[in-house]
Design a protein around this ligand. Structure first.
Ligand code: KG4
Ligand code: ZN
Length: 348
């Protein structure tokens, strides 16, 4: 069984081919980061146009890299949400058209479900790890922070962010400091040489007793720290920052990692976590990976980590989540799926 996956929900145009055992045969990603860098964030209209331009070549390369032709594809999966409507429409329409032209089934995939199950995929071409339920999933990306419990037949939401997503906090704070976009990888690199215990920052949480995350207070605190240090958003060289700024960024990263760890620990103390799957763009973060892995080792909770190459937006994870959905539900529910800007995990 060969599955073609298409991802165009945000600023990465990606097409992948996987087989029935979850081997990633190809996973081509055309990043638009350069097109958005000048704006310090993703511009929806620019993204939609770039997907339209980049998709044909990305598609051709994905087939060529996998060494297959379209005629051997037996299932097409494309992201239908959540994401930017104009961007989603490009991949969704292309996926549906390809499936129709080939006479094979089409599945509409939830982007967050793609991230969630990406923790089971291997980037080296070997089969995916078996998905054993129940497990807890922490999806942290530029648009989301979601902690869920995955059972055999449903996904139960536990906590989500009320305001900024962690990746968004990385990107916005980096931008205000005059650092390149996207901010996550840049701050990750800076923080590696800093002391994250130097600056006390709020680990914000909501005050209504729910386990939800909140990162906007942290962002505001960082803007105050920038003001105090005279950081005004003029271009900064990430490799030539003064010591106190390096420590500030390390402390900022520590605050995000601590907030995520704290919630994971609470849920473990409550309902218990058998295994934890970390995913989403922020799952590439060095400190987050090491901290959660260390926490899990101490408690006998295995941490499932996607290879770094599979953490940010990619179509292999969409093909994989699509295949899982298809095997469970068939393609019926996708027949008239629309592009959706919102699509909470655990809802159909
Ligand atoms: O999953 P993703 O590619 O797109 C969304 O679905 O949002 O995540 C992108 C986000 C960006 O905010 C980026 O700054 C962040 O992931 N990111 C990181 C790292 N690499 C990417 N954040 C922290 N540390 C990293 N190493
Ligand atoms: Zn994503």
């Amino acid at each position: 069984m060969l599955v073609l996956g298409i991802e165009t929900s945000c600023d990465e145009t990606s097409v992948a081919v996987i087989d029935g055992e979850g081997r990633v045969l190809s996973n081509v990603i055309a990043s638009q980061a350069a097109a958005h860098a000048a704006y310090g964030g993703v511009v929806p209209e620019v993204a939609a146009r770039a997907h339209l331009t980049n998709l044909p070549a990305t598609f051709e390369k994905a087939l060529a890299d996998a060494g297959v032709t379209l005629s051997s594809v037996e299932l097409v999966a494309a992201t239908a949400g959540p994401g930017l409507i104009g961007a989603l429409l490009v991949g969704l329409s292309a996926g549906r058209a390809l499936a129709f032209a080939r006479g094979v089934p089409f599945v509409a995939v939830n982007h967050l479900e793609g991230h969630l199950f990406s923790a089971f995929l291997k980037a080296d071409g070997s089969p995916a790890r078996e998905i054993v339920t129940p497990f807890h999933g922490l999806v942290v990306s530029g648009g989301h922070a979601e902690l869920v419990r995955v059972e055999a037949d449903r996904i139960v939401p536990i906590a989500r962010t009320r305001d900024d997503a962690p990746g968004e906090a990385f990107d916005k704070v980096a931008r205000r400091a005059g650092l390149p976009y996207p901010g996550g990888p840049v701050v990750d690199r800076i923080a590696a040489r800093g002391d994250g215990s130097r600056v006390k920052l709020p680990v914000g949480r909501v005050s209504d007793g729910t386990p939800d995350f909140s990162f906007s207070g942290l962002k505001t605190a960082m803007l105050r720290e920038f003001a105090r240090r005279g950081v005004s958003g003029q271009k900064l060289d990430p490799d030539a920052l003064p010591r106190d700024l390096v420590d500030l960024f390390a402390s900022f990263q520590r605050a995000i990692v601590s907030a995520l760890l704290e919630r994971v620990a609470e849920v473990h103390a409550g309902e218990g976590i058998r295994r934890l799957a970390l995913s989403g763009g922020v799952a590439a973060n060095t400190e987050l990976r090491a901290t959660l892995a260390g926490w899990g080792r101490e408690r006998g909770v295995p941490l499932l980590l996607p290879d770094r190459a599979l953490t940010t937006d990619n179509a292999a994870m969409i093909a994989w989540a699509g295949l899982r959905r298809f095997r469970r539900d068939g393609a019926g529910a996708s027949a008239d799926a629309r592009a959706r800007s919102r699509w909470p995990l655990g809802t159909e």
